[in-house]
Structures are given as structure tokens and as C-alpha cells.
Design a protein around this ligand. Structure first.
Ligand code: SF4
Length: 399
């Protein structure tokens, strides 16, 4: 297929946490509201003169210093983030908001604060930790509202004079939804038998919407969507189609490894991915904006943190519905090494999607930076692809 005009530029943006678009937004006098974890209501980080950026640690090598502070038993994601913070990689941020999606991200945020990794010489800088409910229900929504008011809205307003009015939140949700609708439109094209966008390309543009100022990415996404729609697909079919599920993925090389094995990631359910992170937030005029945003993030969240039974079973149904909708032959459940929430969720999910929903499932652990075990991952995925091809020949991969 013809190369996409903006792919290389956006790939380069993903090589650094402090990328060119962040520098541009800061040069325009904007406030960088950095956050960790998908339980953070993103529109609230993009109010008025602020732009939200979810932190990641591209091209992570050694994590020795972070391991000294957090031990090697904590997940590689949280250690990579702390390592990058200690190295000064997040000095562009003007505040840090960290929901306790899990204890590990909490530990990382706590160490970032105790070691003053980001606030050097910035008198208005603030670190805030939010509490996230364990049950997705009305009480959970009320808790999220209170936490957002205390740990996002008031600190942004008090320190940087950010407009936190209902009107300002509605404007931020509208801009957020514009980006989500563009990502969703690209995602829909993954349903095609001969897709006009590769899974790797899609992941690059999707990830960029988390780690770059959205208002500076919108035109790039619009142009790319038009370009893809006018693209001629390759006439070579992928061997199988898979859904990719699990821990946060902010290393798009993982998608390239899977794709090179002949498996097209036709849909995804992982942190930093499309579902539910890029599902537009429905808004009405008959209720305040903050409540609607918080309800969306609590009720639609697929984070294993939520432990009420409706959520525990609902997460498997959500994965199965996506697989059905996008025509996946099988499912890959993956987790970052030592990721607690996804350790139990992956076990339960892989078992139920195989036994109750009849999908072939590959369940894998992986390092934060896939570069350190590409061979292993390739071997596992190739074997999975072959087993599904055999099942297909014998009358359909899905039981
Ligand atoms: S990868 Fe897992 S353990 Fe690590 S921060 Fe994310 S959810 Fe928590």
C-alpha cells in the first residue's frame, strides 16, 4: 500500500515523551497537565489553557534506579515511568495527576513526588493522587466526581487559573470527542477483509492521541483518514485476524511483531488503545458535564480494578462482542511482566473466552519494551497463527 504521508512524522513523535508537539504547545504558553493511568478522565486534563498528556517511557533500556526504589517485583511499566522521571524525562510537565488504578502506578507516582522528579524550580507544580472506586456503580461515580474536583479541577484552577466551569468542561469534551470520532473512523476500516490500514499504522496514530496535545494532532488525523479511505488495499490477505487485549501497550513495535507473523490486529482492548479509551463521551444538556464525564469513565472502564461481578463478567463479554463485531478469529491476552491486575484478569479472560465463547486464545507475558524479547513473542504468535490456520482448514477457528 502507498505510504501514509504523516506516518514517519508521528512515529518520530512517539520516540520521545517530550515530543515536538508538546514543545510547540508549551511555546504557545499552554499548561501541560500530565497524568498516569486510563482511569483519568482525559477531557478534564484539557480544560481552557491546559493540554493533557499521558506519560509513557519510549525506548526504555535499563530500569536499575527505579528497581532500587521499587524492587523488581513491581511491573515494568511503573518502573519504566519512574526511571524516566528520575532521568528528568518529564520536566516539561506542569503537574502530575495519578489515579490509583493499581498500587504499582501509585508507588511510581509517590516516588516521583518524594524524589522531586518534575517540580524542580516550578513553584506552581502540583502532584495529586486520586482514589478510584473498586465497584462501578453510582457510589463509584460520586467518588470519581469528588476526586476530580479535589485533585484535578481545584488544583488546576488554584495554581494556573484554568477555567473549570461546566461550559469549559463541555468544550473540552467536544474537542475530545472530535479526536475520538477520527480514531473510531480509522478503526472501523479494520473491519475490512483487505484492510486499507495496517494494525501497526493504526496503533501509531491511536497512541499519539494519548501522548500529544490533541488540538495539534487533529488535522494530521483528518488528513490521514482521507488518505486511508482513498488507498488501494494490498491484494494479499492476512493469515488470521486477532483481537489484542490486556495491559497498557505504549510500544507500537509489539503490533509490528504480531503483524509480521501474519496476524492482523483487527481490534484492541488494551490501555492506551481504542476501546474504551477512544469511545466518544455522550453528553446531554439536562445534567452537569462533570457527572456525565465521570459516569462515562467509571461505567465504561474495562480496567480490572473494578471488581463488582457485573464488571468481572462484563469485561469478557466486552472482549467477545468486539471480536464478533470486527471478525476476529482468535484473541491474544497479554500482560506486562508483574502487572498484578492483568495477571488475574488475563487468566480468567483467556480461560472464559476459550471455554465459554469458543475463541482460540494466546496468553502471553511480555516486557515493557518488546525489543528485549522480539524472538520469544514472534515464536509464540507464529505458533498461534499456525494453530488457528489448521483449525480454519478443519472448519473454522472459533468453536
Ligand atoms: S501495567 Fe498493570 S500493574 Fe503496571 S501500572 Fe498498569 S495496571 Fe498497574
Amino acid at each position: 500500500m502507498r505510504d501514509l504521508k504523516h506516518l514517519t512524522y508521528v512515529e518520530n513523535l512517539l520516540q520521545e515523551a517530550n515530543n515536538e508537539l508538546i514543545k510547540k504547545a508549551k511555546a504557545e504558553g499552554k499548561i501541560c497537565a500530565a497524568f498516569l493511568c486510563e482511569n483519568t478522565p482525559e477531557p478534564l486534563m484539557n480544560l481552557g489553557n491546559a493540554f493533557g498528556v499521558r506519560l509513557f517511557a519510549p525506548n526504555t533500556g535499563s530500569m536499575d534506579i527505579a528497581t532500587y526504589y521499587m524492587t523488581s517485583f513491581l511491573c515494568e511499566n511503573s518502573r519504566a515511568l519512574l526511571e524516566r522521571a528520575i532521568e528528568g524525562g518529564y520536566n516539561f510537565a506542569d503537574c502530575l495527576v495519578a489515579p490509583d488504578g493499581c498500587t504499582m502506578i501509585n508507588r511510581a507516582a509517590e516516588n516521583m513526588e518524594l524524589l522531586h522528579t518534575m517540580d524542580g524550580g516550578k513553584d506552581k507544580f502540583f502532584y495529586e493522587n486520586m482514589e478510584i472506586a473498586l465497584k462501578a456503580d453510582d457510589n463509584g461515580v460520586e467518588l470519581m466526581k469528588l476526586q476530580c474536583i479535589n485533585h484535578i479541577l481545584n488544583p488546576l484552577n488554584k495554581n494556573y487559573g484554568i477555567d473549570i466551569s461546566d461550559e469549559s468542561i463541555r468544550k473540552a469534551v467536544k474537542e475530545h470527542n472530535e479526536i475520538c470520532e477520527l480514531v473510531m473512523a480509522l478503526s472501523e476500516l479494520r473491519k475490512e477483509e483487505y484492510p486499507r490500514i495496517t494494525a501497526y499504522e493504526f496503533a501509531v496514530f491511536c497512541l499519539a492521541t494519548y501522548v500529544c496535545p490533541k488540538y495539534l494532532l487533529k488535522d494530521i488525523l483528518k488528513e490521514t483518514l482521507e488518505e486511508v479511505k482513498n488507498r488501494t488495499p494490498d491484494d494479499k490477505k492476512y493469515r488470521v485476524r486477532v483481537e489484542l487485549v490486556g495491559s497498557e501497550i505504549d510500544d507500537v513495535e509489539l503490533l509490528r511483531v504480531i503483524e509480521e507473523c501474519g496476524a492482523y490486529v483487527c481490534c484492541d482492548r488494551y490501555c492506551f488503545g481504542t476501546f474504551p479509551g477512544r469511545v466518544p463521551i455522550p453528553m446531554t444538556d439536562d445534567e452537569d458535564a462533570l457527572t456525565q464525564v465521570c459516569r462515562h469513565y467509571v461505567m465504561l472502564s474495562q480496567c480490572p480494578r473494578y471488581m463488582n461481578m457485573e464488571k468481572v463478567y462484563g469485561r469478557k463479554q466486552y472482549v467477545a462482542d468486539l471480536a464478533e463485531e470486527f471478525g476476529a478469529d482468535g484473541i491474544i491476552y497479554q500482560q506486562v511482566n508483574f502487572c498484578d491486575p492483568w495477571a488475574y484478569e488475563k487468566l480468567l479472560g483467556a480461560t472464559m473466552l476459550e471455554q465459554d465463547y469458543g475463541y482460540p486464545v494466546l496468553s502471553v507475558n511480555r516486557p515493557y519494551n518488546i525489543a528485549s524479547s522480539v524472538g520469544q513473542m514472534r515464536t509464540r504468535v507464529q505458533a498461534f497463527v499456525e494453530s488457528m490456520e489448521i483449525k480454519k482448514i478443519q472448519g473454522g477457528a472459533k468453536k
